[in-house]
Design a protein around this ligand. Structure first.
Ligand code: 6PG
Length: 470
């Protein structure tokens, strides 16, 4: 490293694929950026690949820290959990009061609160920031969801605004508020991501095993859908996936991939948080459950023989079924976003985030995994109606749901009849049917609780609680 070098604007710890791509993105916008990793092969490869003067990479922590301009701003991009604490513990003795640590990984929001308050006692400012868009997003423009110390954000916002994706010329980054709001919003983003991926995979299954379409036909359908109101990043990559041939066999790669999906826990955290806050997010819950089901490979294999039920192929009008499937996916996706935003609203009240849902929709419109054309309508809904209790109550969206829900119902009925599982679609419809149900059979549950446990019940005709000797 050249000791005469000007101080770097910002530093990154963790030169994995996300870290190095973010470094390149920052450098490309004209900032001098420093990178550090304990893995010297990663450091060398960044150095070799990019001899550009705006990138400095090193395996020497003290040199890395001293290369940064004051107050220092350091982005940590390492796996969530103990690696984040290990990095913080290592760098903390080298930092000055007013220096800034930005955790840009998928950290659990409650850990972020603990880290922020510990660092605050030492005078170090902390930002917990979600970053979405995978390796391509980090390189070309991610969606960035920062929260935490406002003063610290003002030190880095000029960099973040330039490296973020743009949607309608607006950068997909905004200061979301204090505390762990940035990581909370990213967690809910991932919950929605799980649900959208599950819904798209159910659509794939319905086309493959229900309608007996081949990969080329499925690819064509997805391509067409992605041109209209269903347009979203996840459909865009799905189309590419269906085009890909396996270099080893020459067959479609998708058919060579094991039907077991991994997970790093962010979807589960969303469900857990929703349970804790008593907010129904059944489509997200189901998506997590389906990842767990996918992992039960051997049990499914055994049960497929013991509990044999053949999938009966569809004998109706396939084009009509595809129109229904389009409407079903549209409806379920809007319902999924509605669940995510209602969780954000409850969490905002509970944790004093003061979150603006329109801002969240705005920064999710570009760069991130759940970006979609629908988010424009969602942003408009939150802009037009202050404190909208549920997205589905916004008149334009209510109308779209009322126009399309019959398709969701038809597809579920067809799925049930033919034994193609569509659990996330079923959860979405159940959410809609329950939300608009003025009356629910919870009176019976009140009565049962009172019967066996003297828990008392409330009545329509009188205030207070009552107990009956059943
Ligand atoms: C993103 C992604 C990213 C990561 C997911 C994958 O927004 O860029 O969400 O953060 O790919 O966390 O999560 P799972 O491994 O749990 O599917």
């Amino acid at each position: 490293m050249d000791t005469q070098q000007k101080p770097c604007e910002i530093g990154i710890i963790g030169l994995g694929v996300m870290g190095r791509n973010l470094m390149l993105n920052i450098a490309e916008k004209g900032f001098l950026v420093a990178g550090y990793d304990t893995d010297i092969t990663k450091v060398k490869s960044v150095q070799e690949e990019h001899e550009d003067k705006t990138i400095i990479s090193t395996g020497d922590l003290a040199k890395f820290i001293s290369s940064l301009r004051l107050p220092r701003a350091i982005i940590i991009l390492v796996p969530a959990g103990s690696p984040v604490d290990a990095v913080i513990n290592n760098i903390q003795p080298l930092l000055h009061q007013g220096d800034i640590i930005i955790d840009a990984g998928n950290s659990f929001f409650k850990d972020t609160d603990i880290r922020a308050s510990k660092l605050e006692q030492k005078g170090i400012l902390f930002i917990g920031s979600g970053i979405s868009g995978g390796k391509e997003g980090a390189r070309r423009g991610p969606s960035i969801m920062p929260g935490g110390n406002k003063e610290a954000y003002l030190r880095v916002c000029h960099v973040f605004s330039l490296i973020a994706a743009k949607a309608n010329d607006m950068p997909c980054v905004a200061y979301l508020g204090s505390g762990s709001v940035g990581h909370y919003v990213k967690m809910v983003h991932n919950g929605i991501e799980y649900a959208m991926m599950q819904l798209i995979s159910e659509v794939y299954d319905f086309m493959k095993r229900g309608l007996c379409l081949n990969n080329d036909e499925i690819c064509t359908v997805i391509h067409e859908w992605n041109q209209g109101e269903l347009n979203c990043y996840l459909l865009e990559i799905t189309e590419q996936i269906f085009r890909k041939k396996d270099v080893k066999t020459g067959k479609f790669l998708i058919d060579e991939i094991l039907d077991v999906a991994g997970q790093n826990g962010t979807g589960m955290w969303t469900s857990e948080s929703a349970m804790e806050l008593q907010v129904p997010v059944p489509t997200i819950d189901t998506a997590v459950v389906m990842r767990n089901f996918s992992a039960m490979h051997n049990e499914r294999d055994t049960a497929s023989k013991t509990l044999l039920r053949l999938i009966s192929s569809f004998d109706g009008d396939k084009n009509a079924a595809l129109i229904q499937l389009h409407g079903a996916l549209y409806t379920a996706m809007i319902i999924t976003y509605a669940q995510g935003f209602s969780l954000l609203s409850k969490a905002s009240g509970k944790y004093n985030f003061h979150l603006n849902p329109s801002t969240v929709a705005q920064i999710w419109r570009g760069g991130c995994i759940i970006r979609s054309a629908m988010l424009n309508d969602i942003m408009k809904a939150f802009d037009n109606v202050n404190k909208l209790p549920n997205l589905l109550l916004y008149p334009e969206l209510s109308k779209k749901i009322k126009d399309n829900e019959k398709y969701l119902r038809h597809i579920i009925i067809t799925g049930i009849k033919s034994s193609v599982p569509v659990p996330a679609m079923m959860s979405s419809l159940a959410y809609l049917d329950t939300l608009r149900s003025k009356w629910l059979p919870a009176n019976l549950i009140q009565a049962q609780r009172d019967y066996f446990g003297d828990h008392k019940y409330q009545r329509y005709d009188s205030e207070g609680t009552f107990h009956t000797k059943w």
